[in-house]
Design a protein around this ligand. Structure first.
Ligand SMILES: NC(=O)c1ccc[n+]([C@@H]2O[C@H](COP(=O)([O-])OP(=O)(O)OC[C@H]3O[C@@H](n4cnc5c(N)ncnc54)[C@H](O)[C@@H]3O)[C@@H](O)[C@H]2O)c1
Length: 387
């Protein structure tokens, strides 16, 4: 019989993220045995009973629900994990907070700033632990980038550049809305690439380089009408298919961000680069164990971009895995986030990004959309610390 304290999880949504999170809960006890808390997969919820039972059997959940309200009402759930499309985040999170549950919510926090603010108000009123799954922070190479920036090695930072490029929506025949395609429906998603992809870039950027103060954006919807999968009717497309913005950071540096789902050949090209007076770093999701680093202070005849394979035991998270030189993958960012959440319970500290921190990203997303719609610069009113 384990002497560990239990964190009894109720997970809502059994799609892509339901799987990555379930894998995280299952793997953490094996790889982080020192933690005081252990996740217990108490219940999983999705609307189709047969499918959710199959999911429960596959991933090891003790029970199922087909109504998230029933899951939240249960006394044997400590933490609610929201893995549903964006239009249900606010309603579920606010109800869960009222029921006194801890909340782990998928990104983006919400469809828009007003919903996000209501979510922050609800968890603050309830005084419950919260975190948002901006999981890329927990890839070892990205965490190492944070350590390098915080150490001051880059010197004064001048530029931050990020891309998130995909190509899966180019066909004009692709419907919008419903299962698998809710990202194409602005009612369900809130926005297009801005909330879906750039939110990741913005979260990482402000974590690494501090607050974004103002933005100037352009968006485009290349296919103006698509059939709605649920109604069968051809309807206007309300999402941004592509978004480009530039911005100022509070530290005086300039930012340049681009995202699209129309970059033929790219499936998930997420890259960032930071240029400082003394050194630069860059990272690419397709090569996620590598961080590239250039230091101008190196002796000139050997100066050049270093390729740091982030797999050694003294690099972030890597003492939990195999031996130096052997890489890990995308799924590990979620395992690390579960471990960090459990650690935060042990330490009695917040688990970043909290709802309040994720609201800062929401502010930038909102300013980006407003800027594009009004063809003018917009202040973000970001006011957070990025720890
Ligand atoms: N952190 C990341 O990198 C990342 C990656 C992908 C998606 N996401 C986010 O995760 C969330 C889910 O995305 P996904 O790709 O897993 O979607 P998905 O379409 O694969 O899965 C959504 C799931 O939610 C269920 N669902 C929908 N409405 C529900 C309701 N009312 N009650 C119960 N279940 C309901 C669906 O049946 C499905 O199982 C979104 O907010 C998305 O932005 C984050």
């Amino acid at each position: 019989m384990s002497t560990k304290k239990q964190l009894r999880i109720g997970l809502i949504g059994t799609g892509f993220m339901g799987r990555t999170h379930s894998n995280g809960y299952n793997r953490v006890p094996n790889f982080f045995p020192e933690l005081e808390f252990t996740p217990v997969l108490k219940a999983v919820c999705s609307r189709n009973a047969e499918k959710v039972q199959a999911f429960a059997d596959q991933w090891g959940y003790e029970s199922i629900e087909t109504d998230w309200k029933a899951l939240i009402a249960r006394d044997d759930i400590d933490a609610v994990d929201i893995c549903t499309p964006n239009d249900s985040h606010a309603e579920i999170a606010i109800a869960a907070a009222k029921a006194g549950k801890m909340i782990l919510c998928e990104k983006p926090l919400s469809r828009n700033l007003a919903e996000g603010q209501a979510m922050v108000d609800a968890i603050e009123k309830a005084g419950v632990q919260s975190t948002v799954w901006y999981n890329y922070r927990r890839l070892p190479a990205v965490t190492l980038a944070k350590q390098i920036v915080d150490s001051g090695k880059l010197g004064k930072i001048y530029h931050y550049r990020a891309n998130f490029l995909q190509d899966w929506t180019i066909s004009a025949d692709l419907p919008q809305g419903g299962t698998g395609l809710w990202r194409m429906d602005s009612e369900a998603a809130g926005s297009g690439v801005t909330g879906d992809l750039l939110a990741h870039c913005i979260d990482t950027a402000m974590w690494l380089n501090g607050a974004i103060t103002d933005v100037s954006a352009v968006t485009e919807t290349f296919v103006k009408e698509r059939m709605h999968q649920l109604t069968g009717k051809v309807q206007p497309v309300g999402i941004d298919d592509a978004c480009i913005f530039h911005c100022h950071f509070a530290n005086g540096s300039l930012g340049l961000f681009e995202s699209t789902r129309y970059a033929r050949g790219h499936k998930a090209l997420y890259t960032f680069e930071i240029n400082g007076a003394d050194a630069s770093i860059r990272w690419d999701l397709h090569d996620l164990n590598r961080l590239e680093y250039f230091d101008h202070r190196d002796e000139s005849i050997v100066r050049g971009w270093r390729s740091i394979i982030v797999t050694d035991g003294d690099q972030p998270y890597m003492n939990k895995w195999w031996v130096g030189g052997l890489g890990i993958g995308y799924e590990h960012s979620f395992i690390h986030q579960v471990a960090d959440f459990l650690k935060s319970l042990e330490a009695g500290t917040p688990c970043s990004p909290t709802f309040k921190e994720a609201l800062q990203t929401q502010k930038v997303c909102e300013a980006v959309i407003e800027s594009a719609n009004s063809r003018s610069w917009k202040d973000t009113n970001v006011d957070g610390d990025f720890v």
